[in-house]
Design a protein around this ligand. Sequence first.
Ligand code: PEP
Ligand code: MG
Length: 906
Amino acid sequence: METLTANQLSVYSFGNKKTDGGRDMKELLGGKGANLAEMSRIGIPVPPGFTITTEVCTQYNEEGKEAVINRIEPEVRAAITRIEETMGTIFGDDENPLLISVRSGARVSMPGMMDTVLNLGLNDESIKGVIKMTGNERFAWDSYRRFIQMYSSVVMGLKPESKDDLDPFEEIIDHLKDKRRIEQDTQFNVQDLQDLVYDFKDIVQKRTGKPFPTNPWDQLWGAIAAVFDSWNGDRAVYYRKMHGYPEDWGTAVNVQAMVFGNMGEDSGTGVCFTRDAGTGENVFNGEYLINAQGEDVVAGVRTPQQITLLGSQRWAKLAQIDEEERKENYPSLEELMPDIYKELFEYQNKLETHYQDMQDMEFTIQQGKLWILQTRNGKRTGAAMVKIAMDLLKEGLIDEKKALMRIEPNKLNELLHPVFDPKALEEAEVIAQGLPASPGAATGQIVFFADEADKFKNSILVRVETSPEDVEGMNIAKAIVTARGGMTSHAAVVARGMGKCCVSGAGALKINYKTRTLKVNDHEYHEGDWISINGSTGNILEGKVGTKEPELSGEFAELMELSDKYTTMEVRTNADTSKDALIARNFGAKGIGLTRTEHMFFEVDRIKAMREMILADTIKGRKQALKELLPMQRNDFEEIFRAMEGFPVTIRLLDPPLHEFVPHQLATQKELAEELHISLAAVKSKVAELEEFNPMMGHRGCRLGNTYPEITEMQTQAILEAALKVKKEGILVKPEIMVPLVGTVEEFNQQKAIIDTTAQEVFKKRKDTVEYSVGTMMEIPRAIFIADKIAENADFFSFGTNDLTQMTFGYSRDDSGKFLPTYLEKGILKHDPFEVLDHEGVGQLVEMGTQLGRKTKSNLKIGICGEHGGEPNSVAFFQKVGMNYVSCSPFRVPIARVAAAQAAIS
Ligand code: PEP
Ligand code: MG
C-alpha cells in the first residue's frame, strides 16, 4: 500500500489502495472525507475519489473563488486522472464516461449543509456512453434529468420564486404527468424523460439567464464553489451558531466516482449490518437486489433478497415460501455470488474490528466488482445496544470503560417498559401529540374519572390534569393522559414513580367531563373507546395497538454490575411505598432520596382523618385527627425501612398545600359532611378558605410545619417510632428527616428544634434511641444564597430541582405545557428545563448552594431528588458539582446508574 505523507496538500486522494488521509484527519478532511480515507487505508475497496481540504475553504472565503480555483486546479486535475485510471473511464467521454458525486463534509455532521450532487459529468454526449455502458436508456435519461434538477437547484440556486410558488422543475413534471395522464415518475418513458431534460434546460436558461453547463469541468468547478459557498449559507450559519461551531472550521469537498449496480445481472446493490440491529445477535445480515440502484432497495418496488443463506431461509419461513421457490426466485447473495459474498463477509469483519462497533454498510457490485460505499456505526434498539456492548467487551474488542460509554442511558427505557409491537404500530394512526412524560406503551379504554379507573380491565385515565386525589385511580389505570401540565406536573411525576406510561400536556385534547367525551380535530371519543399511548414519544394513537412486555437479559445485569464498578456517586430512589422501594432496590438503588409523605394520606382509610385534621378549627381538634393518622404513618414507614434494609431513607415532611386534600366535588363534600357530622356549608366554606391564588407559592412546604407544628411532631414521632420498631427486629435503619421548601434559616432551625424535641420524647418513652439526621430540601433560590448559614444546623441538603427550576425561571410546573412546546419549537429553549437541568441558570444555583454548604461543613452530604436525578445529561452535571447521590423514580434507577458511571469515567 502506498501512503503519502503529504505536506500541505489541498487535495487528498483515496481509493484503489491509495490514501493520503486517515480517520484522525477530521479537522482537515471533514468527517466524511476522513472516513473514506480510513476505509481506503485499511484496504476496503471504496470508489476512488478525493477530498479538497477545509483549509481550502477558509482560503476561498478569504481570497475569493478565482484565486483559489487557479491554485488547486493542477491538484484537482491530477486527482481526476487518478480516478479515471482506477475506474477505466474518462470524465466527459461520450463512449466511456466517468460520472462523479460531489458532497460537502465538515468536521462534524451538519444537516444544514449543501445537498449532494450525483451523476456530475453527464451531458448530451456522455449520456450516450452511459446508455451503452448500462444498456438501459430509460435509466440514463432519468439520471440526466435528475442531475439537471439537482445541480440547478443546489449549485445554480434555482429555487421557487416566492414562498407559495411551486418548484419550477416539479411544475414541469406535473404538467407532463397531466398531459400523459399518469401519476408516478416511474411511468415516464424514454421520450418523456428526454422532453424533461429539454424543458429543464430551457427553464434554467430563462430563470438564471445562463445556459446549463455542458462542459464537465465547468460543472465540477461550479459544484466545488457551491460547497464552499454553502459554508456561509443561511442554514449552515444558523446551525453553526446554534452549536457554537467556529466560522473558521470550513467544510471539505468530497468528489467520488459514481458506481452503478444496474449494469446487468453481474451488478447489484445492498445494505448490510455486521450484527442484528434488533436483537444484537452476532450474525451478519442484510438485503440486496440484483441489477438495481441504491434507491431500489429502499423504494420497495422489488422485494429485496437476503444476503446470507441463513437469513434467506429465516425470511422464507416467515414469508411462507418453500425452499424450492426461495432458491429459484430469492436466492441469497451467498448462493448467487459466492465469491462476492466471501469478499463482503471479510470486509464486514474487518470494518467491525477496525471501528470496534456494529457497522451499517452500503455496497454496490458493478459488473462483478464489489465496492463499499459507506460504513457507519449502526443504529440499534435498546436491547441490541446492551447486547452488542457486552459482547464486544467479552470478545476483547473494547474495554470496560468503552463498553459503558457505548450505552445511551435513555435507551434503556425500551428494556424496562412495555413497548408497542412494531408491526401493529406501523398501522396505527396518531391522533394527538403530548409530552413524553413517562415511558412505555399502553392500550386501553378511556375513563375520565380516577375513581372509575376500575370500570374496564385496561383503562386509560384521561384528565385535563391530575391531583393527589387521583393517585389511587392512577395506580389502577394502565396509563394516564393529561391535556395540561409539563414534565414535572403531578401526573408526570406520579406516573414515573409508578413506572406507568403517561403522556402529559396534550393540548389538542378537548375534554368534556360532563358528556364524558374527548374531542380531537373534530373527532369525538367516548368513555370506553380504545386508545393507545406511547409515553416514550408522547404520541396518542387511535384504537387498540398491541404491546409487548419487556424481558431483562443477562447482558443487562452484566451492564449494571459494570456500572457500579465505576460509579462514584450513589444512586438512590424516590419511593413513597414499600412496593416502589422494592422495585428500586431490585434495580440497584442504594437508598431512598425522597419519600413524599403526602401520597400516604390519600388512601381510603386515611383521607378521612386527614380531612378531619384540615377542617379542625382548634389545635386540639387537629391533634385528635393527627393521633388517628399516627399509627398508619408509622406502619408505612416500618414497611419502607424493612424494604430498604439498612440503606438510608430520606423522609420528607408534609409538602403540598392543604386544599389538595379536601374534596372538590359536591357529592364527596356531602359525604364528608355526613361523616364528620358537620354541615355541608361548613365543609364548603372551609374548602373555599383553603383555595389559593397561587398554591405553588402558597401555604405549603415547611410553612405548614411552622404554622401547624403538631404536623411535624406527628410525622417525626411516626418516623422514629417506626425506626425503633424495625431496629428491634434486627434490621439496620438510617432515617433522614427532610424539611421541604426552606427559604430562611429560621424556617429550618425552628422545624429542626421541633424534630429534635420530639425525638427526645420518643426515645425517652421507648427507652431506646436510633441515629437520625435532619436536613433540608434546597428548592427556593433564597435558600441557595444563604446555604452556608443553613448548613450550620443541617445534616444534609437535597436539591429539589423541580421547584428550583419553577422558581428560577418563573415557569409554573403545572402550566408550562401551554408555552414550552412553542418555546422548544422556536428554539427559545433548547430543552424542557423540567426535564433536562438548565446548567446555565439553575445549574449555577445548584453549584453555588453546594459550595456554600460545604464551606460551612466540608463533608456535608448533598444530593438531588428532583426529576433531573434520572436524566443522563443532568446526572453528569451533578457529578461535576460533586454531589454524593442522585435520587430518581424506581424505573429510572438503571438509567441513572449507567449515567453516573459514564459521568465518573469522563
Ligand atoms: C422538587 O421540587 O424538586 C421536589 C423533589 O419536590 P416536589 O416535586 O415534590 O415538589
Ligand atoms: Mg419541591
